[in-house]
Design a protein around this ligand. Sequence first.
Ligand code: 26Q
Length: 798
Amino acid sequence: MFSSKEEFQRHFLKRLEMMYGKTFRESTRRDQYNTLGLMVREYISSNWIRTNESNRTASNKQVYYFSIEFLLGRMLGQNLINLDIREIVQEGLAELGIQLHEIEEAESDAGLGNGGLGRLAACFLDSLASLNLPGHGCGIRYKHGLFDQKIVDGYQVEYPDQWLRHGNVWEVRKPDQAVEVAFWGYIDVHEEAGRTVFKHVNHEHIMAVPYDMPVIGFRNKTVNTLRLWSAEPSPAISPSADLIKYKRDTEAVSEYLYPDDSHDEGKILRLKQQYFLVSASLQNIVSSHRNNKGNVCDFHEHAAIHVNDTHPVLAIPEMMRILIDQEGMGWDEAWHITTRTFSYTNHTTLSEALEKWPVYLFKPLLPRIYMIIEEINRRFCEALWNEYPGDWGRIEQMAIIAHGVVKMAHLAIAGCHSINGVAKIHSEILKHREMKLFYEFEPEKFNNKTNGITHRRWLLKANPELSALITEANGDGWVKDAEKLSELRRYVHDPSFKEKLSEVKQKRKKILAERIYQQTGLAIDETSIFDVQVKRLHAYKRQLLNVLHIMYLANRLKEDSNFSIYPRTFIFGAKASPSYYYAKKIIKLINSLADKVNNDHKLSKMMKVVFMENYRVSLAEDIFPAADVSEQISTASKEASGTGNMKFMMNGALTIGTLDGANIEILDAVGENNIFTFGLSAGEVLNYYESGGYRAAEYYHHDSRLRQVIDQLMNGYFHETEGEFGPIFDSLLAHNDEYFVLRDFSSYAEAHERVEAAYIEKDSWLEKSIINIANSGVFSSDRTIKEYADDIWRIHPI
Ligand code: 26Q
């Protein structure tokens, strides 16, 4: 569209004037951002239309990724990169006296997700488009994404996210493709011309209006679609109704993203969201298939649908409803098509996070769907009975509906042809523990797909300095093929490369230090080790272990004049679910510790503790490139995969971690000299749970340094209200430390000593860093998506 910066400038200035009736000098950053966004939209429009058109007409199979979350972050910068116009735009703007990054900062993060699961969906979209694969996202256009976090007096305070306040340049509303979704009411069953007819009567209608966002492939012509549904009142509603209440109730369905909250289950509105997403998406997909092909008998040969965790799993009974009630198909044929269409990823083994819906909530809200699940369950139990005659206990454990609840994971396993975990160890735990009975019944359904991240955001976009260095050394082939990062191995002993890598890291630490100074007023030592733990706050992720270790170091520094450490900056970022009381206490504890350490004359020379407010995608893009040490310290067996671990590795940070999730595969990739592992293995943890043999108090009594820090939670050390940290103290001692923090403490402290000793050897640290970057290619989501495409979806490039 523009081949020179002058041409770009002309277009840009003209458009800006046209849209806002302002001169360039009068325009705001937001005006400039919107102008650039619309220019991108215009630039891609013909490719977008063509991609859609070729998908409609070609017989190429499509994949639809159903997810209740898409954690996209900002789009402008990535789109410019993928279109290969970022440099021209940057130079053109620089001549006008503006920095592109300032305009990028005018964009709100699209925070339509909680964490790993939602960000994975966003990485997958980038990889699908970049690999020319016909794959689309289906989600909800939440008016408010994950809450904004502020820290007030050390406590987390939540504010509604307002990402749409100033509009969204990337979306296109498609009111002509709106569909109706029905809730409540009852099912009238009668015979019509010898056929049983199920008529849903007296129900509430909600209109689902799609908003499409372009997903632009990296330097190819593919522009896929992310379709997000918004809930609106239906115009078909009878005028006698209470319209104001109806409008409010309707819009509530896509108002808020639910915070990840396994503790607070059974919210009927969340169930409504789930059905809203899948019913709208499926009606749309099936009807366009029928319009193109004339029938739906071969639907599964032309479409694959993936459900991201159990949240969208009602798509299975919804598909049955559409095929039977609307298409007039018999049960067996409908089930044949459905089970060949759907596949499912599990993201957790935490039993409290497995979705179960009480029948008394479910049945009135979704009467027809409930009937269908009952029939799926009846037939599933019958098949089990044939396989295991008389084994009632087994069938009871595997049933989809039992003890008054609908078990969503069981429905997913019964209705999908593929079930995968997200890292090798996680998939093994699913097969041999959590889903053991299902694995024994249908072993061929189970497989592993180790997670990945898009290196085009987490390296190319987030770390242009490191990217330039890699490209200078090896050319830019790695951007299309991340495995080519391995060519960096030949620089492991190259002094000049190491020096440049060191400069890049230093530069990124400086940028982060400036940001921390702006945000908190805290001046940190840019030459200190940047030791980072950023992720959602959860007991199993053990931010507490990190905190106790910092307290331990602080005590030794205060008390032992012979003890010294290499200067360190401990950086945290984490949101706690608003109703997760314990997690919020940990945030308060981190902030109390930061106060204590940073204001202590002696300690603050050697260490600082920083809690970065409102951790989100755009902030993460500044954090990963600046990290020296990556904290991945979950209780072994609990973190299904982790993906932050991969982002750190790709940016040259070294991992201190447990043998959990994808950490194990990182160890395999880099070798034991280039990672610092510690702690119980998954097997040891699971054995402890089974035997009941763990006694947390023994570690408290036998280790005086550990006892000292635990006592400091209670003895006024932090000058907090009495009992402030009582729940944390109790979690460790009264409740026998469910996550083995005390058990792993000494092993963790010892691993940190190895980290420090390694960091001091600057040259060999840089070698380890190179080895991490060079071996990170396998964790590109391009690799993951190719595996899904080949093994599960059976789709091919456009
Ligand atoms: C449940 C009930 C009610 C409301 C919300 C939820 C809810 C929402 C989100 C439950 C869980 C989630 C998100 C889970 C998640 O992000 N899991 C992570 O998925 C990553 C991608 O596979 C893995 O890398 C992480 O290990 C896993 O924790």
